[in-house]
Design a protein. Sequence first.
Length: 271
Amino acid sequence: MAYRPRHSGRFSRAGRNPLRRGFTLLEVSLVLGILVLLAALAMPNLIGEIEARRLRVSAVQMRALLELVRHNAQFDGKRYRIRFPEEDELDPIGGDRQPIIEREDDPLEEPDEWKVVTNPWAVGETLLRDVWCVQARLGRPTVEKLLDPEVSVADKLEASMEDFDENRPPLYVEPDGTSPWVTYVITQADRDLEPEDLEPPVYGDEEHPECVEIIVEGLTGMIWLQRPLYEEELDLFEENGWPPVLRKDFFQRQALTEDDFEELRESEISP
């Protein structure tokens, strides 16, 4: 008589392992509902963080481009300039938001003849979607200029810049890599925003357009990114004679106090 193995009850249909039981439709629906609810609660904060990150990434990329322009000016021994498209002018990638890099190839035979640089490092999406430059302020930043922008208008209207928008003049980089100080203000606000709308914000004012300032120290080539200083901060800086350049990347939303500024100064000079 052939041997016929006997199966354990746990392998039989009647004795199936209860741990292998599937989920019911009600359980699956409940879990999906909870996930949808959590996603709905988190989505506004996530979208806001993505938007803020796009602005800061654009600032970082703009800093990298400015550094490349400076290095190439030194390498080529030629003058470069950086500007933004004028009205009805297109940038190298067919839009109207990206910086245009130009070079003066032959200053002796063809002075003030500028040719657009089309090398890969100079062409691309430096400012990400919806980010644009609303203002370029030439000259070293001072509290007086920030509190009263009209003070700096005369400094910007040099003869070589009369053909350009006074709110976004070109930046000239010399063959030794030096340039004037400049502060680029970039934002994601609507394109109808005017520079006069960029008065120093008041701490806690949610309606003020979010901006990032890209501050270039032309002699050294050092570049810092910082949020616009609040009106109360500028008043504090004016009282103490502090410059409105923190010399470090700074995005802290909370208003600076006198103690905070002293800490920033100490970290700046520490080895």
